[in-house]
Design a protein around this ligand. Sequence first.
Ligand SMILES: C[S@@+](CC[C@H](N)C(=O)[O-])C[C@H]1O[C@@H](n2cnc3c(N)ncnc32)[C@H](O)[C@@H]1O
Length: 282
Amino acid sequence: MAQVLNRSIRKWWKGAYNGVVYRYRDGEVVCEDALRLLNSLRAECANVVFLDPPFNLGKAYGNNGKKADRKSEADYRDYMTKVLVRAAEVLVPGGALYLYHIPKWAIQLACDIPSYLEFRHWIAISIKSGFVRGRRLYPAHYALLYYTKGKPKVFSRPKIPRPVCARCKKDLRDYGGYKKFVESGINLSDIWDDISPVRHKNNKHRRSNELPLKLVSRILTISGIRGGLVIDPFAGAGSMLVAARQAKMHFVGGDMDRDFLDIIDARFLSQGLARVHSGGGK
Ligand SMILES: C[S@@+](CC[C@H](N)C(=O)[O-])C[C@H]1O[C@@H](n2cnc3c(N)ncnc32)[C@H](O)[C@@H]1O
């Protein structure tokens, strides 16, 4: 059976971290409130901070009832602002902050991101199965805000396959005389319509609204750095932590619901990443 620690002094913590710690060779996952986790980290320790918080839409995550995800708008914004301010502080110079949210909140929270971070992109992640509500347009994207602390330390622009017709396999776009330049794929744009974050419950941990691995791996393709540190304080089922491990990065994840730590652990175990059974050393 796996052993759980209650203390860690690994190098990313400010002094010692006291709390439930699931330790791995390359990182740790803690049962903690996101803001407390960020406040427990050393300043300027992280290369990437990824935030996929609850959207305050009254959704029940894990054992938390729907009420936990329906704060007053002022309280929610106040909490998220503190999270964003501290997330900026824990980034190394040149590190990247990503916030995944619905447009209504992304536009407000963008105003609360410290101005010393540099805005890079509002990435629109296309969804195919939104619901039209009231007198509004059909909502067809989530926002992924991307900022860096000054000039990005790393930036790698992925290429993706050219979109083709599913039946005849012909190009869906006309590249004119430029076709030879897109033979090996097209440059990724700020509209991601080749990955759907909305999936059938059979293909994800529904209780955390797990994101597809392909989506979070793409973030690390852009901003990840081998041996660097990824922080995901709303880790849920841990997609970003799996991606970090695949990108050979260190990781610190957190979720306030302990069940998700076990879900992440099982996911890691299925990939051969066992927990380390040692004391709270570095
Ligand atoms: C949208 S889900 C994250 C999903 C995750 N990206 C994945 O791929 O599985 C948000 C997670 O944040 C957790 N959570 C909610 N409030 C929290 C808080 N204040 N601190 C830490 N975790 C929190 C929930 O339990 C939930 O698992």
